[in-house]
Design a protein around this ligand. Structure first.
Ligand code: GUN
Ligand code: FE
Length: 442
């Protein structure tokens, strides 16, 4: 494949401070062309200028009239839960025991973990998602499988081995010592290799003893630049459990604060039932809150308060949470996010939603200087979107006049059928109208 190419279409990107996840400057080229070289975006501008200049003579992918934007970023999902999605009838704690833990127990088998990782990454690419923060299982083999598949595809991925030493079947439990040592070995093997980063991943407070949280604190202190990912304040039953298990703590967030886990690049999934004190603590620590709307609706967990999260100054992302979540699509996720906020009288305007799915989620993950926008020097992770992929979309688009309206229809009505092509690291890894592309056979 060529190391340089040009991509033409209706280009949309969000600029502004790469460390800040809030709404930023919108850049739009109705007929734009960008140049990709060596996996990076090298130049971007009006097609007239670009085709006579930097893009001259390069292979050209002409995606007009489709929209072209940075690949979607999904800051919270579970690799071993692709066969847990749509498990009937439970809230979080029972859902974990009845469906999720038995399923995750299978992932000690490297063949199961490899098949699950392959499926997940192909499906993310089919949905336009090029980067994610991923929970594997407590088995180190599951992390080897996942990172191996991500490396083959050249994806920027953040992932980690789940640490959990209580409250689950034996096959899923580690110990404080083993969780620490296995995590440390995985960091040595994978962190910083190509585009891969390791995330220290205690599942959540209910499945770790204080001894394990102490070992986690030691690991986090040894690796202050690493991501941390866990769950926080998702479900009332979960919160009651934490209150009993950590009687010294005034609230859920203080448990994580005590062990040094509320810090930059710490991603807290859900954050639904937080007090003002907890929001202030997350903001002060530089941590991120991750809104998981399809999961929160499906498990009946509650309604995330985006306004309160933003007002407190917390970096905020939006994610699928597969397999509590029900769709791999960030478009479907944004649509459900809009509805959750509507129930609270809040609004999620389309430009803000697309900013969140790209540059905002990248910033919430501390990757705002590498991915999430179409700017020179950024990694060439790109999605091409068709606003008229279905009869219903085509019908609705007849009455659309502005880019904002188009984007709102795209997020409200769109899904994988709207994903025309997905590039990662400058390579075309998914094309809607072609047979599935398998990098492994290439
Ligand atoms: N809390 C602890 N583990 C999980 C999980 O796997 N999914 C969700 N949604 N919440 C959790
Ligand atoms: Fe989760």
């Amino acid at each position: 494949p060529p190391t340089s190419l040009a991509i033409r279409g209706r280009l949309l990107s969000f600029e502004g401070d790469p460390a800040v996840e809030g709404p930023s400057v919108v850049r739009f080229w109705e007929d734009g062309t960008l140049v990709v070289a060596n996996g990076l975006i090298e130049a971007i501008g009006e097609s007239g200028d670009m085709l006579a200049g930097r893009a001259k003579g390069l292979p050209l992918a002409d995606h007009r009239p489709h929209l072209v934007m940075a690949g979607f970023v999904d800051p919270h999902l579970h690799m071993p839960q692709t066969q847990v999605i749509a498990s009937f009838g439970t809230e979080l704690m029972e859902w974990l025991q009845r469906y999720t833990f038995p399923e995750e127990s299978r992932y000690g088998d490297p063949a199961v973990a490899a098949a699950g990782s392959r499926f997940l990454l192909d499906e993310l690419l089919r949905n336009g998602t090029t980067s994610a923060a991923v929970y594997c299982t407590s088995h180190p083999q599951s992390v080897d499988a996942f990172f191996g598949e991500a490396e083959r595809r050249g994806l920027r991925m953040v992932a980690g081995k789940v640490m959990m030493d209580r409250g689950a079947p034996e096959a899923l439990l580690d110990t404080p010592q083993r969780g620490y040592e296995e995590s440390k070995a995985l960091i040595a093997r994978w962190h910083g290799r190509g585009r891969l980063s390791y995330a220290i991943t205690p599942r959540f407070a209910p499945t770790s003893t204080e001894a394990q949280l102490e070992a986690t604190a030691a690991l986090a202190a040894e690796f202050p630049d690493l991501h941390v990912q866990t769950h926080l304040s998702e479900n009332e039953g979960e919160i009651a459990f934490v209150r009993e298990a950590f009687p010294w703590s005034k609230d859920y967030t203080e448990v994580y604060e005590r062990y040094g886990l509320v810090r930059e690049k710490a991603l807290f999934g859900h954050c639904i039932h937080l007090s003002d004190r907890e929001r202030t603590a997350l903001a002060a620590g530089g941590a991120s809150a991750i809104f998981c709307p399809t999961s929160n609706l499906f498990l009946g967990s509650g309604l995330f308060d985006l306004e309160a999260s933003r007002a407190a100054g917390i970096k905020t992302g939006i994610a699928t949470d597969i397999g509590g979540g029900t769709s791999y699509s960030m478009l479907r996720t944004a649509a459900e996010g809009y509805k959750v906020l509507a129930l609270k009288g809040e609004k999620l305007p389309p430009l803000q939603a697309f900013h969140m799915m790209t540059a905002g989620n990248a910033a919430a993950m501390g990757l705002g200087d590498k991915i999430g926008r179409l700017s020179p020097g950024y990694e060439a992770d790109i999605v091409v979107l068709d606003s008229e992929a279905t009869p219903a979309q085509r019908r609705r688009m007849e009455r659309v006049e502005t880019l904002g309206e188009e984007l709102f229809c795209l997020m409200t009505m769109g899904d994988d059928r709207s994903i025309v092509a997905t590039y990662a690291g400058g390579r075309l890894l998914h094309e809607r109208d072609k047979a599935p592309f398998h990098p492994l056979e290439a």
